[in-house]
Design a binder for this molecule. Structure first.
Ligand SMILES: N[C@H](CCC[C@H](N)C(=O)O)C(=O)O
Length: 258
C-alpha cells in the first residue's frame, strides 16, 4: 500500500492538507484523490489541498486545489500557510517570493504573523448593494447589518448559483462594519459551504471598504480569528501594496494510506 506524508495547517480556521511535492510525485490530475484527502470522514479533512513545488525563478510554487478536488485559483490563507510551510522546510530565511495561480507573490514572517502580498484587483464592479472583484479568486462582497443572523449556506448559494455565476462560480462575502474594523463571513465556491475564513475574500472586503473611505490597515474579524489587511489607495481608486496579515499554524503531521 502507498502512503503520502502530509502536514495539516490552518490559517484563521481555514484548513489545508499541505504536501512537500518538490519531487513532483503527486498526480495533479487525480481530483478524486484530492477530494478524498480533503474529506472530513474518509480522509484527513480540509477546505483545500496545497502542493509545494520547486520553481525555476522563485523560491517555490504553490499549487492549490479546492476541497472538491479541482485546481483552484489563488487562496490567501492557503498562501500564508504555504509560506509558513516553506519556512519550516528551510526554503527561505527572511523573505520569500513564490508563484501561485494568479502569479507572483512576496511574503515575510514577522512576530509569528505571515505578511502576504496579494494581487490587487484590476477592475472593481460596483452595483447597488454589492462589489465584485478578483483578488486572485472571484469575490462578491455585500455590506450588511448584523451578519451573525444570516444562514450563509443558503444565502451564499443563492448568489453562487444564480444565472450570472453558476457556471464559473464565485465566493460570496457578507461584511459588517464595526467600530474597530470589519466582520466578514464567506461562502466559498469549491468547498460549497461557509468556511471559517477566506483570505482573498477578506482582502476583497477591505478593498471595498477602502473604496468607501476606510483607511489602511483594516482589522477583520472572521469566524476563525483575526486578520489584517494593509494597502495603498491611489488617486484613481486603484490599489497597490495590498498585504494580508495573520497567523498560519502547523497543526499536525501524518501519513495517509492511498
Ligand atoms: N479560502 C481561500 C479562497 C479559495 C478560493 C476558492 N474557494 C475559489 O475561489 O475557488 C482564501 O483564503 O483565499
Amino acid at each position: 500500500m502507498k502512503s503520502i506524508t502530509f502536514y495539516k495547517y490552518q490559517g484563521t480556521g481555514n484548513d489545508f492538507v499541505v504536501i512537500d511535492d518538490r519531487k513532483e510525485t503527486f498526480d495533479i490530475e487525480d481530483y478524486h484523490l484530492v477530494h478524498r484527502l480533503c474529506d472530513r470522514r474518509f480522509g484527513v479533512g480540509a477546505d483545500g489541498l496545497i502542493l509545494i513545488r520547486n520553481h525555476e525563478a522563485y523560491d517555490f510554487e504553490m499549487v492549490y486545489f479546492n476541497a472538491d478536488g479541482h485546481v483552484g485559483s489563488m487562496c490567501g490563507n492557503g498562501g500564508r500557510c504555504a509560506v509558513q510551510f516553506a519556512k519550516f522546510l528551510d526554503i527561505f530565511d527572511k523573505q520569500t517570493t513564490f508563484w501561485a495561480a494568479d502569479g507572483l507573490h512576496e511574503a515575510f514572517i514577522e512576530d509569528e504573523l505571515v505578511h502576504l502580498k496579494m494581487n490587487a484587483p484590476k477592475e472593481i464592479e460596483e452595483g447597488d448593494d454589492y462589489f465584485f472583484m478578483d483578488t486572485g479568486s472571484p469575490h462578491y462582497v455585500s455590506f450588511k447589518d448584523d451578519i451573525g443572523q444570516y444562514n450563509m449556506y443558503a444565502e451564499g448559494r443563492k448568489i453562487r448559483y444564480n444565472d450570472r455565476f453558476k457556471e464559473e462560480g464565485t465566493n460570496v462575502n457578507f461584511v459588517e462594519r464595526r467600530a474597530d474594523g470589519l466582520k466578514v463571513r464567506t461562502y466559498e465556491r469549491g468547498v460549497e459551504d461557509e468556511t471559517f475564513s477566506c483570505g482573498t475574500g477578506v482582502t476583497a472586503c477591505v478593498i471595498a471598504a477602502g473604496l468607501q473611505g476606510a483607511e489602511s490597515p483594516v482589522a477583520v474579524e472572521v469566524e476563525g480569528g483575526d486578520l489584517m489587511v494593509s494597502f495603498d489607495k491611489k488617486d484613481d481608486n486603484s490599489f497597490d501594496n495590498v498585504y494580508l496579515i495573520g497567523p498560519a499554524v502547523q497543526v499536525f503531521e501524518g501519513k495517509i494510506n492511498v
